[in-house]
Design a protein around this ligand. Sequence first.
Ligand code: DC
Length: 343
Amino acid sequence: MIFYAIRGATTVEENTPQQILTRTTTLLETIIERNCIDYKDIVSIIFTGTKDLDAQYPAVAARQMGMVDIPLFCCQEMYVKGSLERCIRVLMHIQVSEPKDVKHVYLEKAKVLRPDLADEILTIAIDGPAGAGKSTIAKAISKTLNILYLDTGAMYRAVAYKMLKSNIDLNDHQKVVNVLNKTDLQVRYDHGKQKIIMDGKDVTSLIRTTEVSQAASKVATIPEIRLKLVDIQRNIASKNSLVMDGRDIGTYVLPNASFKFYLTASLDERAKRRWLEMKANGVEQNIESIRQSIHERDINDQNRSFAPLKQAEDAIVIDSTDKSIEQVTNEILGHIRGSLRKG
Ligand code: DC
């Protein structure tokens, strides 16, 4: 026999016996349906309720469904300040003879507990200029929410890298497009980490030079290049909950993203961050030349005619100049969690 534990959670709007019973019934029915469980497979079920629920034991719902012989146990969920209110959690143990893929179930406002398991795809767009901290913040958010992180800048960098390696004149747009059309560019995930594979070679670590940064900003002005990369980006977003960062995510790639943020910081601060980052990687560069290079990229990115860098009208703007990584991450998570709870 093989044992599995299945998690689930739901919420109620009111602390009434009727709501607790109906929402718990729906939760149990959904777990049973999605996991093709027979009552005889269920070993036991533990229920918890948050401290604001005392109108009924959720286990009563299971008894009313006919689970008369199954050991059930109700207890109070540990209270953590700021945690989800009026929430019922379930831990169901089953034993079966064949291995199966277990599906955990999060309903109502409890979806916020595990956005990675929610039925709807969660898309978080983070746009902003170079050095604003997008990738650091996006990585932290993807880790906390257990969803993918797609760094779209890495895709433009990979194209630029290919053009530099092939000695293509970046001003010859047709040539750049022709070369890209013959290039196999893939985004893959290895243990949750994004990898850029070009013509079968992993170029992820080769695209972080200043030369590639400048060239990426140039190739990113070519509409045909953007269309091709946007197609790959949308395709990944159609199948996965993710955080995507770039310049045009909220305005063009994912206009219907679940959440949009525009992250910015002063030019001096962004130059300082890049300088510190390079120094930490053993690369000494004059801060003024970094500042100049970021400024040039800002101008390129903001003034191209097709999908330029700009703040989406419905994006939440965060200026990270005087904020730590942790502060910005918590601010963004606060917006996401607050809104999912209300939804
Ligand atoms: O975020 P980054 O520095 O890795 O991006 C490299 C360049 O790619 C940047 O100058 C602009 C361009 N880019 C873009 O035009 N659109 C995106 N969605 C991402 C990056």
